[in-house]
Design a protein around this ligand. Structure first.
Ligand SMILES: [Zn+2]
Length: 527
């Protein structure tokens, strides 16, 4: 195969781990880096190379925002829904007689109108106007505009998310979802929170939680069953998305009154305990919203109270998704710090305003020491906050030793995928292959899927002794590495990523004409 065709085959997933290769040989990290630099000089080839590159995880991915507008318009058509071209919305029912709505099914014959709808439901071709002034407002407004099309299609949405992940060669997704949100938030009306009497509110809410937990689990059962049917999982015709491992974060909404936020957090903790598919809790919605700003500290204290009671539940919190001018200066000074120090977050979503916080160097040093990882969403930060390139703290975090990984945030709304984010990072921040591979590994190192890590150190990545001398490939049939992997779901994913990286690097080195590599290391260093 030519260099181009091998890159194509890699991109299409046609070169499978272990296929066309004899017993795995160690790959030289230096050779892999040189091969990547050589093959990736052409920006188009770089994109293809990065698509083929195995990526550990996408840890910051809202399922509601992961779906492309085209799919939602198709579902709206199937379901007999109406759209309002004038308002760029999908409506919850059929068109009213004499109204100005258009049947979604009729958009197929009106391509210009359909294209305008796609623009209204996403960031595609966004241009500020007097009535649609900012990327921030347009972005967040899309959710209400398309939500009616999602109501009956959770399984189709999940199928689309894992299909895109498989196309990006991503092994693991941690999707943010909010089953039973309305009923859970509604607990606040029956059991109002008084000031900060969290224990009292918790006692009142607790008896109502099991029924809602059961309902949420059934929602996820149905969603996954539909996804498996759509993708024919478990059959000979299984689509590639079936191979992507999925876990969930219970996504709470910070723009509601405190009495409705606390039950969401309490419920999230209960759901994590009841269902191993839920591996953590998050809090989302525009951070600059008036209620979100007013109650930010209160929300962190709610998390802090829950964390003291129950430190085993892992938190990834949106914090610092703010830019100067968006809020008064004092609003930029301590959100990330509170998420880390008061709530006990193990991961921070966005963290864009870090350099405007009080004593950012000390905060970043603390995050580095506590291994608090920042989920970096480059395109989202650009289109929502107008923060990009040298103005983004990506390099500051890396220089301070704070762990980072790349994620998509809302790939459907932003019209991107994870490969796009890797390409953006590689180009804007001049990342070499070793840095990109570290980002890929960080996705699984900081995932909330349980189990010991395959790595005993991460700077640089060094494998645990039990597995360090075992060739990359399938899980060994016996021995210390087998036993180690058998006990850790996270390490098994990490092992699978290393096998895929090994095959990717071997092919890349051969294609670059650099031979099989000098076998100086396996890429993860000596044990
Ligand atoms: Zn987000």
């Amino acid at each position: 195969m030519s260099r181009f065709s091998v890159v194509c085959a890699l991109a299409a997933g046609l070169i499978l781990p272990g296929a066309a290769l004899a017993a795995p040989q160690p790959v030289s990290s230096d050779a892999a880096s040189r091969a990547f630099a050589l093959l990736g000089r052409d920006p188009v080839r770089l994109d293809m190379l990065l698509r083929a590159m195995p990526k550990g995880a996408d840890l910051h991915n809202h399922l509601a925002g992961a779906v492309y507008a085209e799919s939602m318009l198709d579902w709206a058509a199937q379901d007999g829904l109406c759209v309002s071209p004038a308002h760029g919305r999908i409506l919850a029912g059929a068109c009213a007689a004499g109204g100005d709505g258009v049947r979604a099914a009729d958009l197929s014959g009106r391509p210009d109108m359909r294209a305008d709808m796609i623009d209204a439901l996403s960031m595609r071709d966004f241009v500020p106007t007097a009535s649609d002034r900012s990327g921030h407002d347009h972005f967040f407004a899309t959710f209400a505009r398309f939500m009616p099309a999602q109501a009956a299609h959770g399984g189709d949405m999940l199928a689309e998310a894992v299909t895109h992940a498989a196309g990006d060669h991503v092994l693991y997704l941690e999707l943010m979802i909010s089953p039973q949100l309305g009923a859970v938030a509604g607990l606040g009306a029956r059991h109002p929170l008084h000031d900060e009497a969290f224990a009292e509110a918790d006692r009142a809410i607790t008896p109502d939680l099991p029924v809602l937990v059961g309902a949420a689990r059934q929602d996820v059962d149905a969603m996954e069953a539909r996804m498996r049917a759509v993708l024919r999982c478990g059959t000979a015709q299984a689509a590639p998305g079936c191979g992507v491992t999925v876990r969930y974060l219970y996504q709470t909404i910070r723009t509601m009154p405190p009495a409705m936020v606390f039950p969401q957090l309490d419920f999230g903790y209960a759901l994590v305990h009841a269902d191993p598919r839920f591996v953590g809790v998050n809090i989302v919605a525009p951070e600059d919203d008036a209620v979100a700003m007013r109650d930010y500290g209160l929300h962190m204290r709610m998390f802090g109270w829950l964390a003291e009671r129950d430190p085993g539940v892992k938190l990834s919190l949106h914090a610092g998704e703010l830019a100067p001018g968006m809020v008064p200066p004092e609003g930029l000074r301590d959100h990330i710090r509170q998420a880390v120090e008061v709530a006990g977050a193990r991961r921070i979503g966005h963290g864009v305003d870090i350099l405007h916080e009080d004593d950012p160097d000390a905060l970043m040093a603390e995050m580095a020491r506590r291994r608090v990882m920042v989920e970096i969403n480059l395109t989202s930060n650009d289109v929502i906050l107008g923060i990009a390139g040298a103005g983004h703290p990506f390099d500051a975090y890396r220089a301070a030793g704070v762990p980072v990984a790349l994620s998509t945030d809302d790939e459907g709304v932003s019209r991107i995928d994870l490969t796009h984010e890797y390409a953006r990072a590689a180009t804007v921040y001049a990342l070499d292959y070793a840095a990109l591979r570290d980002l890929s590994r960080a996705g699984l190192e900081y995932a909330f899927v349980p189990g010991e890590s395959l790595w005993r150190g991460v700077a640089p990545y060094r494998m645990v002794a039990a597995c360090a001398s075992v060739p990359a490939g399938p899980v060994p049939a016996s021995g210390a590495c087998h036993d180690f992997l058998a006990a850790s779901a996270r390490a098994r994913l990490q092992w699978a990523l290393e096998a895929r990286l090994h095959d990717f690097e071997t092919t890349m080195i051969r294609e670059a004409g650099l031979g099989a590599g000098s076998a100086r290391s396996k890429g993860h260093g000596p044990a």
